[in-house]
Design a protein around this ligand. Structure first.
Ligand SMILES: NC(=O)c1ccc[n+]([C@@H]2O[C@H](COP(=O)([O-])OP(=O)(O)OC[C@H]3O[C@@H](n4cnc5c(N)ncnc54)[C@H](OP(=O)(O)O)[C@@H]3O)[C@@H](O)[C@H]2O)c1
Length: 310
């Protein structure tokens, strides 16, 4: 929780799943929000939209002046389509060059913000089987892992005597507004759902309310302060088999038909790694800061999004 109201916070990716919830949370706390969007529309009360693309330097960088915090969430969707050279380049450049443009602008400010809270992903660790992964664990070595390493390194350049940098390593974010869940629902509702890939693989997840809640907490000034990487996942870490059964149970449908990994690879190619992650994350940093989850358990998280009869 933010203990001291901050004057103005700059949010990138403000039209996305987490961005919308972060903007709402800031507005609720009486904080002025300046939001960057390529569309530049003002579609949320209390939010001032600035048109621009974080991937390209531009006049939007001037809107960072006078902000006391920055939440950076913008980036090309990761698992929306098969990865080819062009898609990978967009995924990478929107995050690496985007974060570089943002940090370059922060470094030019006479009064830099107190915190830069930047998205990253559980994919930082790569597939790791049974290993318990805390924030100090080593990264993986696939495309997604290398992307996260470089993304976090770009954000880290903003760290200084006046600015803390926090990288939120999000698991699969549960929302009806975007991400994986809306794409899984039709098949699970038809009774043809089941584990995606091997049912024994751990599947890190987090409810959208907690994804935004962690971003807001990381902006604040509580002690110990938030700094460095944070495993932004719910404490209940389930294997894919239990995960699929829980979703089926909430929908009142069987969920016994597995989608083999080869089929996911056929549809998504290399991007299948983002769907069947296989990471057993421990949210140690959030626990140490006594973050109180709104939805620590999957069944309750899914029920909050999919009330009975929905
Ligand atoms: N959702 C998940 O399950 C998940 C899991 C792990 C990590 N993450 C990361 O967490 C961050 C926030 O996730 P989210 O689900 O809220 O994202 P999202 O809904 O996909 O929204 C991201 C926003 O980024 C902007 N954007 C998209 N493509 C862009 C591009 N090529 N260049 C510049 N800006 C672009 C868009 O805003 P405008 O169109 O308004 O410019 C969009 O609303 C993302 O960086 C994502 O990779 C998400």
């Amino acid at each position: 929780m933010i203990e001291r109201p901050q004057e103005r916070v700059f949010v990138t990716g403000a039209t996305g799943v987490v961005g919308r919830a972060v903007c709402d949370g800031l507005v609720d706390r009486g904080i002025e929000v300046v939001a960057l969007s390529r569309r530049g529309r003002s579609e949320r009360p209390g939010v001032c939209f600035v048109q621009g693309n974080v991937s390209e330097p531009g006049p939007w960088q001037e809107a960072l002046e006078g902000t006391s915090g920055v939440v950076h969430l913008a980036g090309e969707p990761i698992a929306a389509s098969r990865w080819n050279g062009r898609v990978k380049k967009k995924i990478r450049s929107s995050r690496i060059e985007g974060t570089r443009n943002l940090v370059n602008a922060l470094k030019r400010l006479s009064s830099p913000p107190q915190a830069l809270v930047c998205a990253s992903a559980a994919g930082f660790y790569g597939p790791r089987g049974e290993e318990l992964l805390e924030e100090t664990s080593l990264p993986g070595d696939d495309f997604l892992a290398r992307l996260c390493v470089d993304w976090e390194a770009e954000a880290q350049r903003a760290q200084g005597p006046k600015t803390r940098v926090v990288s939120l390593r999000f698991g699969m974010i549960l929302s009806l507004q975007g991400g994986a869940l809306p794409r899984m629902l039709p098949i699970f509702r038809s009774g043809l759902g089941g584990p995606l890939g091997p049912s024994g693989r751990f599947t890190p997840w987090i409810h959208e309310e907690d994804a935004a809640g962690l971003a807001l907490a990381a902006l604040g000034q509580q002690s110990p302060s938030w700094q460095g990487p944070v495993n932004a996942v719910a404490p209940e870490m389930l294997r894919m088999g239990e995960w699929a059964r829980t979703l089926g149970g909430v929908l009142g449908r069987p969920a016994r038909l597995p989608v083999p990994e080869w089929a996911l690879r056929l549809i998504l190619g290399e991007a299948a790694i983002a769907v069947v992650p296989g990471q057993r994350l421990v949210p140690r940093a959030a626990e140490e800061r006594q973050y109180v989850y709104a939805h620590p358990e999957l069944k309750d998280a899914l029920r909050s999004l999919l009330p009975l009869g929905s």
